[in-house]
Design a protein around this ligand. Structure first.
Ligand code: ADP
Ligand code: MG
Length: 246
């Protein structure tokens, strides 16, 4: 991949989210330096997806602040924010009735206002970068899950985001398709894009993350380097979690 990357730092300050009486995020603080990768791990229901959704304001927090590149974006235009912060979901979220190429072209035209020709050129370049140039005319259903996820990543990258969020991007994939997607994500990390990755892939977290944050019951209970978190977990909850997943 060749396109130069402009990445930003992310900071969450004392983020609270409630759904009715349930407080799902209970004061989350997280700093992700520009160009670094933070993996978020933790049990189901601990608030990982909600935290990630707060970073591009698909979820609006009840209180707290969100800083991108050191500036608060908590009250800014959410669409402008989402151009800067790309997100990749577990279930790809591609347009099923459109070609692979159009899945990338349409948002480039509507969000970035590119001409049809320019959008197609960017889309073809991005598809080639994820090894799928030959899939441009097909519907997503004609591709494997791993290929569909790579299209979703290409679509997000086409917006030239400064930060990318991955929410269990490989959880829906057949085991043999996981590595291709993780390798692509690792490539983005090594190119210096800022990544926040919710994952159950502890091998990825160990080898790619600069920092690992462990969430439980709406809080980041423990955070550190992969060595600290995996080799010397301090809290009993993290010790218990690791004994279940490793
Ligand atoms: P995780 O991604 O760690 O599994 P989530 O962030 O998806 O956790 O969910 C955290 C908690 O918030 C869960 O108890 C979940 O049921 C609840 N929750 C998530 N989204 C909503 C919503 N839109 N309305 C009500 N409760 C929600
Ligand atoms: Mg989740």
């Amino acid at each position: 991949m060749s396109t130069a990357i402009r990445s930003s730092s992310v900071e969450l300050k004392d983020i609270h989210v409630r759904f009715g009486t349930l407080e799902v995020l209970r004061g989350v603080n997280l700093k992700v330096p520009s160009g670094s990768t933070t993996c978020v791990i933790g049990p189901s229901g601990s608030g990982k997806s909600t935290l990630l959704r707060c970073v591009n304001r698909l979820q609006e927090p009840d209180s707290g602040d969100l800083l991108l590149d050191g500036e608060s974006v908590i009250a800014s235009d959410p669409d402008a924010l989402r151009q800067r912060v790309g997100m990749v979901f577990q279930h790809f979220n591609l347009f099923g009735h459109r070609s692979v190429l159009d899945n990338i072209v349409l948002p480039l035209r509507s969000v970035r206002g590119l001409s049809k020709e320019d959008a197609a050129e960017v889309a073809r370049t991005r598809l080639a970068e994820v090894g799928l140039a030959d899939k441009a005319p097909y519907r997503p259903a004609a591709l494997s899950g791993g290929q569909q996820q790579r299209v979703a990543i290409a679509r997000a990258l086409a917006m030239e985001p400064e930060v990318m969020l991955f929410d269990e991007a490989t959880s829906a994939l057949d085991p043999e398709l996981v590595k291709g997607v993780l390798d692509l994500m690792a490539g983005l990390a090594s190119r210096g894009l800022t990544l926040i990755v919710v994952t159950h892939e502890m091998g990825f977290a160990r080898s790619v993350a600069d920092e690992v944050a462990f969430m439980d019951a709406g809080r980041i209970v423990e955070q550190g380097t992969p060595e600290q978190v995996f080799e010397a977990p301090a809290s009993p909850r993290l010790q218990q979690f690791l004994s279940q997943v490793l």
